[in-house]
Ligand binder design. Structure first.
Ligand SMILES: CC(=O)N[C@@H](CCC[C@H](N)C(=O)O)C(=O)O
Length: 372
């Protein structure tokens, strides 16, 4: 059976599921994997993820890992595409449908035209949160099949289709989620002095948190604090008793993240005092930076520079996060950007990646892994 990358991607695009709830996605991938010739394949399920080992032909071959993330985001799709998400309020807005399709296409190719090395394909849940990479790496199957090198890609709307970009060393930031709850005293909007208004407290806190980046971080360093969600109150003439702030923090080193968290804690304590409220902070899921191994990145860059189908672009580190960072922390590896632009940015409800990138990536990755 031939692999129709566009059809697979569109099928996956229609069934986005949140982290560790990728049941339909897992079933869809398994149906395709189970329809392949099985002689070289070993499959293990891990929660909603899948590990597939495709044994190579060389007795001295190494085990090379290739990881694709599986989850979607809690975003209402607004692309107007005929194959838009059928799951209300959920969307593949970060390209994981593209990532899985490329991994599946490469897996199919490696099964049908075996290469010397063994390849371990990791279909990993929950990249957007709470993080599937670290617990998947602790699974029996991963430890048993431990790859000696590991790869992943991320779609890049900022780069045109037909291009790839990567650099050696730090590529993606350290991340920490941020969840803050403030609890004060609600009441009638006409009697503010009898209450402790959590709308006002949250507003001050959010503004003050921006000063951590602008006033506490060395201007020559980089950091981000973004609040993506704010909830407080129920009705226009009642002062809110609680507020909930949700965001993310990004730094260029784990040490900077520790310092960042201390600053945030300081601001939250000050708000408790100033606004007579109780606060809780939860730093949620934390991802280690993606650090491309020098040797692996250099080899991959050399390959891309010789490619006749993909054009290599230089790039800088980005403040995006990826739990693939836990894999490159332990195993020499590399993540690269795959151009799918121009289109809206990652996490946009209107992003439409160029599907021409799918076959380009599958062919080029096969060439790379079969020539190693
Ligand atoms: C590539 C990408 O967009 N990754 C996400 C990872 C999110 C991690 C976590 N939920 C957080 O928000 O800190 C990103 O937002 O960079």
């Amino acid at each position: 059976m031939t692999f129709n990358a566009i059809q697979v991607r569109r099928d996956l695009h229609q069934i986005p599921e949140l982290g560790f709830k990728e049941y339909k996605t897992q079933r869809y991938l398994l149906d395709i994997i189970e329809a392949l010739p099985q002689e070289r394949i070993e499959v293990e399920m891990w929660r909603t993820g899948i590990l597939v080992k495709v044994n190579g032909t060389s007795p001295n071959g190494r085990c090379i890992g290739y990881r694709a993330d599986m989850d979607g985001l809690p975003i209402e799709e607004e692309t107007g595409l005929p194959f838009a998400s059928t799951h209300s309020g959920q969307m593949h807005a970060c390209g994981h449908d593209m990532h899985m399709t490329i991994a599946l296409g490469l897996l199919t190719k490696v099964v049908n035209q075996p290469i010397g090395d063994t390849m371990l394909f990791l279909f990993q849940p929950a990249e957007e949160g709470p993080g599937g990479a670290a617990p998947m790496m602790a699974s029996d199957a991963f430890r048993r099949w431990l790859p000696e090198e590991i790869y992943a890609l991320h779609i890049a709307p900022q780069f045109p289709v037909g291009t790839v970009a990567l650099k050696s060393g730090l590529l993606f930031a350290n991340t920490s989620e941020l969840f803050i709850t403030l609890k004060g005293k609600g009441g009638h909007a006409a009697y503010p002095h009898q209450t402790h208004d959590m709308v006002v407290a949250a507003s001050y806190l959010i503004t003050q948190l921006q000063t951590v980046v602008s006033r506490r971080v060395d201007p020559m360093d980089h950091a981000v604090l973004s609040i993506g969600k704010l909830q407080a109150g129920n009705v226009q003439n009642v002062i809110a008793e609680t507020a909930r702030i949700e965001g993310t923090m990004r730094t260029m080193s784990p040490e900077a993240m520790d310092a960042f968290k201390k600053e945030v804690e300081g601001h939250v304590k000050a708000i408790e005092l100033a606004f007579h409220c109780q606060a809780t902070i939860d730093f949620g899921a934390n991802y280690y930076q993606v650090e491309n191994n020098d040797e692996v990145a250099t080899t991959l860059i050399r390959h891309f520079k010789q490619s006749t189908t993909l054009r290599f672009l230089e790039c800088e580190a980005a403040m995006t996060g990826e739990d693939f960072g836990y894999m490159t922390k332990e195993i020499p590896g590399c993540l690269f950007w795959l151009g799918v632009g121009p289109t809206e940015g990652l996490h946009s409800s209107k992003i439409i990646p160029d599907e021409a990138a799918l076959d380009l990536a599958i062919q080029e990755l096969y060439r790379y892994f079969s020539s190693k």
